[in-house]
Design a protein around this ligand. Structure first.
Ligand code: 4NP
Length: 159
């Protein structure tokens, strides 16, 4: 199972999602490949935003080693599922897609909770509380992804 999280900058939401899911996989002894990417070139190769690093650290997760990278068309071939944070990310991913099959892999992250395509809000221009809210939303979604991975393992059914 190969999972890619995508957001605009790859310095706030998607590295948090990557760190949270990796931590849960480790805790549950499950195996999956998890990465994250973005579309903004301002922060390439930089670590996540300090506010995201702090928020993760509060929960015992170290995302400080993550390096910002860009989404590419090849990612449609490298990953089984691509989770986006909002409609703008969805449109950006769509721009890189070659055909409908590529877009079949793309889901809104929060849709794993209740099937609705709600956004994980961009916390970049807000304060610390925005990062707490984002952490909680992503954390809940990652619990659901763990359930999906477990059920896939038990039933051997493709997600
Ligand atoms: P992210 O947040 O998409 O959650 O990583 C942002 C980070 C940087 C920018 C925008 C959003 N920016 O405009 O640089």
């Amino acid at each position: 199972m190969k999972i890619l999280f995508v957001c605009l900058g790859n310095i706030c939401r998607s590295p948090l999602a990557e760190g949270i899911l990796k931590q849960k996989l480790k805790e549950k002894n499950l195996i999956a490949e998890v990465e994250s990417a973005g579309f903004e070139s301002y922060h390439i190769n930089e670590p996540p935003d300090p506010r995201a690093i702090n928020q993760a650290e509060k929960h015992g997760i170290d995302i400080s080693k993550n390096k910002c990278c860009l989404f590419t068309t090849e990612d449609f071939d490298r990953f089984d599922v691509i989770y986006v944070m909002d409609s703008s990310n969805y449109r950006d991913v769509q721009y890189f897609s070659r055909h409908d099959e590529d877009m079949e892999k793309v889901k809104y992250l929060l849709s794993v909770i209740d099937g609705k395509n709600k956004a994980v809000p961009d916390p970049y221009y807000g304060g610390e509380s925005g990062f707490e809210n984002v952490f909680d939303l992503i954390n809940e979604a990652c619990d659901k992804i763990i359930d999906l991975i477990k059920s896939k393992k038990e039933t051997k059914i493709e997600l």
